[in-house]
Design a protein around this ligand. Structure first.
Ligand SMILES: Cc1cc2nc3c(=O)[nH]c(=O)nc-3n(C[C@H](O)[C@H](O)[C@H](O)COP(=O)(O)OP(=O)(O)OC[C@H]3O[C@@H](n4cnc5c(N)ncnc54)[C@H](O)[C@@H]3O)c2cc1C
Length: 476
């Protein structure tokens, strides 16, 4: 078998880029990694800056790549933040917790890059501004921080630019008239700027969960809003100032936010913790690869565009899986396809496969913007499928079991989960659940129908401290 060694550009030195670089190098390719910042680690390199346009609507804004907040701890345990042969469970950088803070993960990634000789492959402070097919090659245009611009040709490009930077916003009736502050979790760093404010946090994911808790330490009130059918007006019993609400019905010019559950809150800030949009401004493919309602496509199994395979590929697009393992397997698949050890199906077969996937999504009523979501149990099927393609060992059953247990637990999130989790995925103590306390109609300070008028006139005069404490819990 003829093994090819190609020149390959990797865009980004986050987890995806580091893994791609390692696997490509192992496979004998000649790799250059472009990284626009001065650090490796991508999202895990905490950046205290926030963008001038906090909703990310101005295309001319200076983009801050990072989206993590100072208090962030991993939302998966160490076992699942490891690579197959380089494990966070076997290393410690000052934060031995099972769910460590972000600094621990960054130290781990720096160690990984040193161990596998990746740092010398990275061109720091070098932003890729154009990637374009010219003949049989890809031209990669870069601009360095000192302003120097350069075109360089490669035989293949692996896109690892991350997808947690461009805010995706909630669409809410009346938002255009609302005069309060709006921001997105992308621009949340520390709670202090929100001291004494009434905050609405929209979202049901890890960021909404974390930010609501973090901000509640200084905010006057925090009101979580979720589309989940189980989200009804209730108070979180171990927090004096956090309430759960249903979906927002509308927001009003007078600064009030009305929820579908009938409650009404006068708020200072609306936080969109509603995810991110994929964006590849540098990629010029004449429409062969495009982003449509967060569907990057067409891509064969989230990695190769059939028309441009194998010379163009993407690592790290899927959501909801053991992401470190997923990115490692995608990288191994790409590296071996490029070297010729692993063959891809024909262009027609890949196109048909993508089409079939889109049809299947339609049949299952899945929205287009969930194209890269791996629904249960697809996250493991996909990992196993990747391993089979790449000729790599399967992700260990132990890791899958931990992930399964973790998913089950976060269906009813637990405020001490991170500290009480043990390696086998069992909680040491279970009696600290954050109970949701149903708001009795009379006691509810946010009931629009009963108290809307008075509340609107004098929103800050409402005694919220006495509500709900004696009402039955929904979960215990
Ligand atoms: C708040 C938050 C918490 C998370 N917590 C977890 C967790 O606990 N566990 C987990 O497994 N996952 C978590 N994730 C998911 C996380 O995104 C992935 O784990 C992983 O870090 C993604 O790596 P990446 O390399 O794809 O992207 P990134 O980490 O975003 O890295 C992309 C890199 O590309 C660079 N880049 C971008 N564009 C260019 C360009 N044009 N030219 C040159 N360089 C460029 C960027 O500077 C960056 O360094 C979390 C995500 C968020 C937003």
């Amino acid at each position: 078998m003829m093994v090819r060694s190609l020149t390959v550009a990797v865009i980004g030195a986050g987890v995806a880029g580091l893994l791609a670089a390692r696997e490509l190098q192992r496979e004998g390719h000649r790799v250059v990694v472009y990284e626009k910042s001065s650090k490796l680690g991508g999202l895990w390199a905490y950046d205290p800056r926030v963008e001038s346009d906090e909703l990310g609507l101005d295309p001319g804004r200076e983009i801050v790549h990072g989206s993590i907040y100072l208090s962030l701890r991993t939302n998966l345990p160490r076992e699942l933040m490891s690579f197959s042969d380089f494990r966070l469970t076997e290393r410690e950088y000052g934060d031995p917790r099972t769910f460590p803070g972000h600094k621990e993960v960054l130290s781990f990634l720096e160690d990984f890059a040193r161990e596998f000789g990746l740092i010398e492959l990275i061109r720091f402070k070098t932003e890729v501004v154009r990637v374009e097919r010219v003949g049989r090659q890809w031209v990669v245009e870069t601009i360095r921080a000192d302003g120097e611009s350069l075109d360089q040709a490669f035989e293949a490009v692996v896109v690892c630019n991350g997808h947690c930077t461009v805010p995706r916003l909630a669409e809410i009736p009346g938002l255009e008239k609302w005069r309060g502050k709006q921001t997105h979790s992308h621009n949340y760093r520390v709670p202090e700027p929100f001291r004494d404010q009434v905050i609405i946090v929209i979202g049901n994911g890890a960021s909404a969960y974390d930010i609501s808790r973090d901000i509640s330490k200084v905010a006057k009130e925090v009101h979580l809003s979720s589309r989940s059918p189980n989200a009804n007006l209730s108070k979180l019993d171990i927090f004096p100032n956090i309430w759960q609400h249903s979906e927002i019905a509308c927001v009003n010019e007078d600064g009030t936010v009305a929820f579908e559950d009938g409650s009404l809150v006068h708020a200072d800030t609306i936080f969109h913790c509603t995810g991110y949009n994929y964006e590849f401004r540098f990629l010029k493919t004449n429409g062969i690869v495009s982003v449509d309602d967060n569907r990057v496509g067409p891509l064969y199994n989230h990695v190769f565009p059939p028309e441009l395979a194998p010379s163009l590929s993407f690592v790290g697009l899927p959501h909801q899986s053991i992401l470190f393992a997923l990115m490692e397997l995608q990288s191994q698949w790409i590296a071996r396809v490029l070297s010729g050890k692993v063959a891809l199906p024909s262009k027609e077969e890949m196109t048909a496969d993508v089409e079939q996937y889109f049809q299947q999504m339609k049949k299952l009523n899945r929205p287009t913007h969930h194209t890269h979501f791996l629904y249960k149990p697809e996250e493991f099927k996909y990992l196993d499928w990747l391993a089979a393609q790449a000729g790599s060992p399967l992700v260990e059953e132990r890791k899958k079991e931990i992930y399964r247990k973790f998913l089950k637990l976060i269906e009813n999130p637990h405020d001490r989960l991170r500290d009480e989790w043990t390696a086998c995925g069992v909680l040491v103590a279970r009696n600290y659940n954050t109970r949701l306390v149903r708001m009795a109609d009379k006691a509810c300070p946010f009931n629009a129908k009963r108290r809307g008028e008075a509340y609107r006139k004098n929103p800050n005069n409402v005694d919220i401290g006495n509500t709900g404490d004696n009402t039955p819990s929904l979960h215990s």
